[in-house]
Design a protein around this ligand. Sequence first.
Ligand SMILES: *[C@@H]1O[C@H](CO)[C@@H](O)[C@H](O)[C@H]1NC(C)=O
Ligand SMILES: *[C@@H]1O[C@H](CO)[C@@H](O)[C@H](O)[C@H]1NC(C)=O
Ligand SMILES: *[C@@H]1O[C@H](CO)[C@@H](O)[C@H](O)[C@H]1NC(C)=O
Ligand SMILES: *[C@@H]1O[C@H](CO)[C@@H](O)[C@H](O)[C@H]1NC(C)=O
Ligand SMILES: *[C@@H]1O[C@H](CO)[C@@H](O)[C@H](O)[C@H]1NC(C)=O
Ligand SMILES: *[C@@H]1O[C@H](CO)[C@@H](O)[C@H](O)[C@H]1NC(C)=O
Length: 452
Amino acid sequence: MNRQTKRTDTDTKSLGLGSSGKCSTGTGTAAFTFTKKHFGFLFLLLPLVVIGVLIPAYITLKHGRSISNPTSIHLKPPSKSESSEQYLYYFSYAGWSNQLIGLYRAAQLASSTNRTLIVPPILSHHTANDMGNARGGNTRLRCGPDHLDMVKLDAKECLKSPDESSHVKFSEIINMAKLSEAINVPFTDLCEFVKEKPALVKRYFHQMEQMKPEQRTIDLGGTCTLDHRRSYADMVEHFESIFANDAVAIIPSAFILGNENSETKNFKQNVFRYPPSSNLSEFIRILRDRLPTNYIGVHLRYRDDAEYSEYDEYRFKCSENKTEVLDMIRRGHLAMIEKNEATANSTPSVFFASSSQEALSCYKQFLSDVGVQAFSLNDLLGQEKNSTRKFLSAIKASKSTIYLTLDQILVSLGQQVVLLSKRTGHERNIPSSFQTVTKTRHEHLNNSSSLY
Ligand SMILES: *[C@@H]1O[C@H](CO)[C@@H](O)[C@H](O)[C@H]1NC(C)=O
Ligand SMILES: *[C@@H]1O[C@H](CO)[C@@H](O)[C@H](O)[C@H]1NC(C)=O
Ligand SMILES: *[C@@H]1O[C@H](CO)[C@@H](O)[C@H](O)[C@H]1NC(C)=O
Ligand SMILES: *[C@@H]1O[C@H](CO)[C@@H](O)[C@H](O)[C@H]1NC(C)=O
Ligand SMILES: *[C@@H]1O[C@H](CO)[C@@H](O)[C@H](O)[C@H]1NC(C)=O
Ligand SMILES: *[C@@H]1O[C@H](CO)[C@@H](O)[C@H](O)[C@H]1NC(C)=O
């Protein structure tokens, strides 16, 4: 079941709300008001417990059957929400690859809780001062309650006319119908939801003041308030204890729900190797045809501030030792020859992408000097500008998101890939999410006919 319908967005570069960093609300006392309201909540819950547990138990006993498995009695009362559809929405932020991680973790939770995932807008990957981290992600955004301000703005954006709204649907980039089928989770785009379910939108997206304190700052994974991570099963149970009766559950960051279960790999793989939207697929096909038949996909990741850091040691320098990268490319070329002897006499070709534009031009020069044919996205787009312009305007996402996606997919389509993170400091050991996505796509290349 998929309710993605046709596109109505505008072509805009905006990340949407222009509000990264804004985080003040009057809800700082949530932790203190909890206990008082909690009692009220229990009183409300009591009759529901009577209806939900005692009455069915009574009926069961009266009909002479014993309760063989007491653990199967859930506190979930048979309220209206059991017969009608339930939804999940989450706070999305950070760069494109991190937004994909958020999507996969939210989809997994939606699956476990039998909810339709309301898909947030794609946030522009790059704005001038956030280094690709749309909206940032301070603690009050990641853990609540400040995410609710953003969520409210997301919903408001949908009320604007398509020409004025900065809302960008995931379906501009991803074939959401196919993805939905692959992971068996129903999706609805936020703006479709706003259009189709005004009553729910009013209650859950506009009148949020009524939201219970424990819903505003729900700590599903445990990373916000606990000193341990919850297991996946505990996380789902915690979720249900707080949202079971709500038609719409709105959670803070899905990105930080790092808990694994047996389904995780499946969700991760399917989302990372998403089938591109039809317009994007067509675009990729044209660009792929402009590359040699056999090439190596190369991506070099630098610090986000490699181009403008005030600290000299953080900035990219073309004088850096490039031997390591060249060696990796040569090994990749040898591996390619092993698989396909026809490539033996050819000079190695690479499709080169990097988080640093400076590194890109520096390496392209270096590689061509040592006899490696190097292409970057700009070279491919540059040819026949007219035909690529057509696609750029047909896909209603920011250019930064489109370029990043094209880089990611074209690197992954290489016969071999070379992925290297040259970050420093604490980032050194954090896997780059761009490269994780790229690697996953590449590993599933042999089924590429279905990829685009
Ligand atoms: C999942 O939700 C649907 C309604 O959206 C309901 O019909 C179905 O019974 C639920 N399944 C489970 C396993 O709870
Ligand atoms: C460059 O790095 C390689 C290893 O990647 C090393 O063997 C070589 O000595 C380095 N060259 C210079 C000039 O530092
Ligand atoms: C490209 O587009 C411009 C105007 O949009 C047009 O004048 C020109 O003829 C086109 N070139 C080709 C090769 O189609
Ligand atoms: C592709 O772009 C065209 C032209 O803008 C648009 O009419 C069409 O709906 C797009 N297709 C999809 C699947 O988004
Ligand atoms: C590729 O497709 C085949 C047949 O559809 C399937 O059996 C196999 O698991 C797929 N491989 C990967 C890596 O997804
Ligand atoms: C296809 O994918 C499978 C699973 O990832 C892998 O084991 C196999 O080596 C791949 N085959 C080719 C020809 O790349």
